[in-house]
Design a protein around this ligand. Structure first.
Ligand SMILES: Nc1ncnc2c1ncn2[C@@H]1O[C@H](COP(=O)(O)OP(=O)(O)OP(=O)(O)O)[C@@H](O)[C@H]1O
Ligand SMILES: [Mg+2]
Length: 373
């Protein structure tokens, strides 16, 4: 029965009720009819009956049988309709039991309790609805957890620069002295950091909600990358790093939003600079027409000879606010949003990022963008 749909179950149950009630009614009627003639023989066959003409005898029999049958049929119908209604009432209770459990669970979810799981006990429409409901509450639970984590992370990230600024300002107020320019510089740095954090969070929330609007146009990616490498080269040199760009063909055109794609490579290159010790090398290698799972991509690899990433950390690398523990304690601290944003921006372009890394050897971040032609 658990394999039948609710519609089939109702059909089967109603059919059974009709068969049982109708059958029982017909059988009792038949039995009563037979007993009626015996009864007639005992009660009505008297001298009056025997002396009556045959037409009168038929008339006496007719009146007797129809009188008795009327009372019997009425009683019988009342009895079987009563039984039919009672069984229908029980069955409707059985058939709507999963629905009532579901309604109770929905009411709990409506009150904000997402920890409800309704057991799936049948494979009918109710089973499917309950299964979908359970999946839905699981998604809600995950979204709620993610929201809580995000609020906690954002609060944590905002607290540090805010308390630094508050301390410095309070100090300046209490001493009553003029604020020295270097303190203003530190304060300004913190304000910039806060501004960048808010901007990053904004982009990330748009990207996660799938509402990031891209202004995609044909873009000469080789020329753009040359420019980006040129822009960050000074920072690399300041850190004692050697940086160069190589492409197998030029120009390579892709459909992309210049601003967003620039943001992706700035993030990857800033990471490479940040996590590569002095004397290291950073290369940006661009290849066109790379085949991957039956699709053609333009691949840009950012290769460094830096501290690398342990294998167990790789799975979380693109999670927001995720930082490898070693990097967390370094003074070169970021917020851990860069890769998460890069991942979403590349995904919005129809591409993906792959990472290969070996601790103390270096890291390769390969960005795959759908080939332009
Ligand atoms: N090239 C790299 N070499 C070694 N570790 C890296 C590299 N790129 C990223 N990581 C690790 O991945 C973590 C996440 O990187 P992500 O860019 O998301 O954050 P971040 O650089 O710490 O901060 P943000 O980019 O928001 O300023 C980093 O904290 C670092 O531990
Ligand atoms: Mg970063």
């Amino acid at each position: 029965m658990t394999k039948l749909t609710v519609r089939q179950k109702i059909f089967v149950y109603m059919g059974l009720i009709i068969l049982i009630v109708g059958g029982a009614h017909a059988v009792t009627k038949q039995v009563y009819m037979e007993s009626l003639f015996d009864q007639f023989q005992k009660e009505e066959i008297s001298a009056t009956y025997l002396h009556a003409s045959s037409e009168e005898q038929i008339e006496i029999l007719k009146i007797y049988v129809s009188g008795k049958m009327q009372t019997f049929l009425l009683g019988n119908w009342v009895f079987f309709i009563g039984i039919g209604l009672f069984v229908s009432f029980l069955l409707s209770g059985v058939l709507t039991l999963p629905l009532r459990k579901l309604v109770a669970a929905i009411e709990r979810v409506a009150q904000g309790d997402f920890d409800v799981i309704v057991p799936v006990q049948s494979k009918d429409e109710y089973g499917k609805v309950i299964q979908t409901f359970n999946e839905m509450t699981l998604r809600l639970r995950e979204a709620e957890d993610a929201r809580r984590r995000l609020v906690a992370d954002v609060a944590h990230e905002l607290r540090t620069p805010l308390s630094i600024m508050q301390l410095k300002l309070e100090n300046a107020q209490q001493t009553g002295q003029d604020v020295p320019p270097e303190m203003l510089l530190r304060l300004h740095d913190e304000v910039i950091r806060l501004g960048l954090l808010v901007e990053d969070l904004h982009v990330l929330s748009l990207a996660e909600a799938g509402r990031l609007s891209l202004d995609c146009k044909p873009l000469d990616l080789s020329a753009r990358l040359e420019q980006i490498v040129d822009d960050v080269n000074m920072e690399a040199e300041e850190n004692g790093l050697d940086m160069h760009f190589h492409s197998n063909t030029k120009p390579i055109t892709v459909m992309a939003d210049t601003r967003r794609i620039t943001q992706v490579f700035i993030n990857l290159l800033t990471n490479a600079i940040r996590y590569t010790p002095e004397g290291g090398q950073i290369s940006v290698v661009m290849e066109d027409k790379v085949l991957d799972r039956n699709a053609v991509y333009t691949r840009v690899s950012v290769i460094d000879t830096g501290i690398g990433i342990p294998a167990e950390e790789l799975a979380h690398l693109f999670d927001r606010f995720y930082r490898v523990e070693k990097a967390r304690s370094r003074h070169t601290g970021g917020t851990g949003l860069g890769l998460s944003i890069a991942h979403h921006l590349v995904k919005a372009h129809g591409g993906f990022i792959r990472v290969v890394s070996e601790p103390d050897q270096g890291t390769i971040f390969a960005v795959y963008l759908p080939s332009g032609n």
